[in-house]
Write a protein that binds this ligand. Structure first.
Ligand SMILES: Cc1cc2nc3c(=O)[nH]c(=O)nc-3n(C[C@H](O)[C@H](O)[C@H](O)COP(=O)(O)OP(=O)(O)OC[C@H]3O[C@@H](n4cnc5c(N)ncnc54)[C@H](O)[C@@H]3O)c2cc1C
Length: 450
């Protein structure tokens, strides 16, 4: 008999886990609360414009994501990555930057010459960190999780490197506060996003999510409870207003960390409960603006310095026409992501208020663009990015040990999601693969062999 697994959550982590479990001979069913797959990565489509849940940047080092795309048969549609030019917005101007390597960082406007000289240490430090860090399993380097990125960058490279290089990187990539965020996350993102080429998919994450979906998966199925039932689990969920249950041998919990306790608290030990009680993420308001006309010649990403009290921290612009299938010819698409503070303060503000304010930032970078908007959409992510404050990777290391211990004792329940590695699509994919492998290793031996 094939072991059965319920995967709760149809984001990239859950869909990847389900795919891997099926490949290992398990019967996997995804239960997803939203009407469609993809979670935070999935966006929408209107009048020939397509968009993701945010302005998703993908790195050439996101090798597991690229492999998943190829396995799903979408390599020709989504890859190779579409290159982007990077700009930093400071004061009233946007300046092209190239933060790959010491020289590029030293040339970012605002980095003082004395701090630029200190950046000569960077290659040596990065070489040392690269030896220690496995990007797919950063908890192995949890001993680096001892100071904030602000303390780290100030100490080694000076205050101007923090303000003009590290803080905009972390705000733009993860809406992270440099004073709270672990330096380990900063090093991970720097290695992935600066030491390797970055671009965007040639298609949408929604296409990938759809390709990973099977007929047995259920959407609009909101799980209410997971409880132990004999050697397996009983999962209670609501679909079309009716309560239903599904029995399974194993469960993958692939929801954001904040949902784990309300769903499965009774099946968890106290160390796990402590981990999930401390889970935090930041919200994001996103404006998708469909523009008529040519504003940027090439695909471009703009980073705003977070200390200038602007609502926006990053913006990506995609010109239309070949080779883009995402934006019609003669048009452009801008995606603006608001800061965590602004998003939290305005989360429930009406769409027109959010649009007007964020379009102000759009107009400062691309004059005339707000008047050329054909339509716009406001996307609201209450839990956009998990927080990786100092100490979180040590907590993750403990969670991993407890989870492995419980698996060894026969509890076939594992956790997946970007919160286990880093706030990226690649991390979500890797966490899904890892959860599936752990579970399949145990279940196919125990249940398959019974
Ligand atoms: C604005 C924004 C910009 C981003 N930019 C980038 C970027 O540039 N590069 C990058 O790599 N990554 C980026 N990301 C991050 C990336 O999208 C996420 O890391 C990834 O999508 C997380 O996937 P996940 O499966 O871990 O979680 P999710 O996508 O959150 O999936 C969890 C799923 O669980 C479901 N769920 C929750 N509760 C229940 C329940 N009770 N029953 C059933 N289902 C439930 C949810 O509906 C959701 O679909 C960005 C994210 C946002 C929001």
């Amino acid at each position: 008999m094939r072991p059965s697994v319920v995967v709760i959550g149809g984001g990239l982590a859950g869909l990847t886990a389900a795919r891997c479990l099926r490949a290992r001979g398990c019967e996997a069913t995804v239960l997803e609360a939203a009407p469609g797959p993809g979670g935070r990565a999935a966006g929408g489509e209107h009048e020939g414009f397509c968009w993701d849940g945010g302005a998703h940047a993908v790195s050439a080092r996101d090798v597991n994501l690229a492999a998943l795309i190829a396995e799903a048969g979408l390599a020709a549609e989504l890859l190779p990555l579409r290159p982007e030019r990077l700009f930093q917005v400071s004061g009233g101007s946007s300046v092209p930057i190239d933060p790959a390597g010491t020289l590029g960082i030293a040339r970012i406007p605002g980095v003082r010459w004395r701090d630029a000289l200190r950046l000569r240490r960077l290659p040596r430090l990065l070489a040392k960190f690269e030896e220690l860090i496995d990007p797919a399993d950063p908890v192995l380097a949890a001993r680096l999780d001892d100071r904030s990125l602000a303390d780290f960058v100030r100490l080694y490279f000076g205050a101007s490197a923090l303000d003009h290089w590290a803080a905009p990187l972390m705000a733009g990539d993860a809406l992270a506060d440099p004073h709270e965020t672990s330096r380990l996350l900063f090093i991970l993102l720097h290695l992935a996003r600066h030491e390797a080429p970055v671009g965007s998919l040639r298609g949408s994450f929604r296409e990938l999510a759809s390709a990973l979906t099977e007929e047995s998966d259920r959407f609009g199925a909101s799980v209410r409870n997971v409880e132990a039932a004999g050697p397996g689990f009983r999962v209670t969920y609501e679909q079309n207003g009716a309560e239903q249950t599904k029995e399974s041998d194993g469960v993958v919990l692939a929801t954001p960390a904040e949902f784990v306790l309300p769903l499965a608290g009774a099946s968890l030990g106290c160390a796990e409960r402590r981990f999930f009680e401390a889970a935090q993420s930041v919200p994001a308001l996103v404006l998708v603006a469909a523009l008529e006309g040519d504003f940027a010649e090439k695909a471009s990403r703009f980073r705003f310095r977070p200390d200038e009290r602007r609502p926006v921290v990053s913006m990506a612009v995609e010109p239309g026409g070949a080779p883009s299938r995402l934006v019609p010819e003669g048009c452009e698409r801008a995606v603006l992501v608001a800061s965590a503070e602004w998003s939290a303060a305005h989360f429930d503000a009406p769409d027109d208020v959010v649009t007007k304010t964020l379009a102000g930032s759009l107009g400062r970078v691309l004059p005339g663009a707000p008047d050329a908007m054909r339509f716009s959409r406001v996307l609201r992510h209450r839990r956009a990015f998990p927080r990786f404050d100092v100490g979180r990777y040590r907590d993750l290391q403990r969670l991993r040990d407890v989870e492995a211990d419980q698996l060894a004792r026969g509890r076939h329940l594992v956790f997946a999601g970007d919160y286990r590695i880093a706030p990226t699509a690649e991390a979500a994919v890797v966490s899904g693969q890892r959860a599936a492998t752990q579970l399949a290793d145990k279940m196919t031996v125990k249940i398959g062999g019974r």
